[in-house]
Ligand binder design. Structure first.
Ligand code: SF4
Length: 336
């Protein structure tokens, strides 16, 4: 039987774990401090807990912290880590440095059920949901753990398809007893999984990014089977019911495919769809993957698309592509 993991537990749950190990109740707070503030990687490092107490904890629990299986660095400073999860599966996380910022792009599932045709993760199918410890371990176990400033749930998997676990990880990231990050430092990216999206918008103050990629439902469905279950117009209508004029922001991810979604007709339909919503559109360069017919749109067409949106009141930028040489860019994560 695998032992229960401590990583991901809140102070009440840690207190119960401490009591079960014969420690005083206040050891629960000490455990939170060691796990989330000091980010220790072993029980031995918990020096204010008695040796016998540490041994008992280790007998009953595991920390849930495990070193990455490997890492690779890009020429642009981006670093990709590989982790073992869900038994024998693998996921990747990507650390992206940008000036003072260090953003971690984390995975929430091994593989993905959503099957987007342009995505290497989607091609693998789904192999399991990460647990809270497996998500948080991606923050704890990388070399840059204490330097991280931001995070995006944009790695492998659809985070809203593992909702409760992702919300628990976000609780640890934002709680004063946890990482104590502001929700402003966290963005969850989804293709629009409806029932969970409403819960996220109701329950969470973190930012939202939605992968749209095409404003015409009959075209979007060609690449994104999710469109059959959750229509993008319904997704945008739902989002329009919430306020994004304050701290929480919404952005739309739009990967540019040459000849599929990049002409004036698409730009105009996107403008109509997003009108009235305080939002931003990020244009993403498509990174060629094997056995897929499309290429990235030419630079000139991407700029024309961006300019058309901007001149119609929708803030639009072309996102810089990072880590392409180590297969760490959007849509390229395969857990290899
Ligand atoms: Fe899943 Fe996201 Fe890839 Fe679609 S793009 S298959 S939702 S990981």
């Amino acid at each position: 039987m695998p032992k229960e993991k401590l990583l991901g537990k809140n102070p009440d749950e840690l207190k119960a774990a401490a009591l079960a190990a014969g420690l005083p109740a206040f050891a629960g707070k000490q455990l939170a401090q060691w796990l989330y503030v000091r980010r220790v990687r072993s029980f031995d490092e918990m020096t204010n807990i008695s040796k016998a107490g540490r041994a008992k904890l280790a007998e009953l629990y595991e920390l849930g912290v495990s070193a990455p299986l490997g890492s690779i660095s890009s020429s642009d400073g981006t670093k990709k880590y590989l982790f073992g999860v869900c038994g024998s599966s693998r996921v990747e996380s990507v650390m992206i440095p940008d000036g003072e910022r260090r953003t971690l792009c984390v995975s929430s599932q091994a593989g993905c059920k959503m099957g987007c045709r342009f995505c290497m993760t989607g091609r693998q199918g789904w192999h399991g949901n990460l647990d809270v410890a497996e998500i948080l371990n991606q923050y704890i176990s990388i070399d840059e753990s204490l330097e991280l400033t931001n995070t995006v749930f944009m790695g492998m998997g659809e985070p809203l398809d593992n909702y409760d676990v992702v919300m628990k990880a976000i609780e640890v990231l934002t709680a004063p007893w946890g990482f104590a990050w502001s929700p402003k430092r966290i963005t969850l990216s989804t293709i629009g999984v409806m029932p969970a999206l409403r819960r996220y918008l109701d329950d969470c103050r973190c930012h939202l990014a939605v992968s749209l990629h095409n404003p015409f439902p009959e075209e979007r469905v060609e690449m994104m089977p999710v469109q059959k279950a959750f229509d993008e117009k319904a997704v945008v209508d739902l989002i329009k019911q919430y306020d994004f004029t304050g701290q929480r922001r919404v952005s739309f991810e739009y990967t540019m495919f040459d000849g599929w979604n990049d002409d004036k007709r698409h730009a105009d339909a996107l403008i109509r769809m997003l009108r009235g919503l305080e939002c931003r559109v990020n244009l993403i360069r498509f990174h060629k993957i094997p056995d897929f017919p499309y290429e990235c749109s030419p630079q000139g067409r991407m700029e024309a698309f961006r300019d058309r949106l901007n001149s119609n009141g929708i803030t639009c930028t072309i996102r810089a592509s990072r880590g392409e040489d180590i297969l760490a860019a959007c849509g390229m994560l395969a857990g290899k």
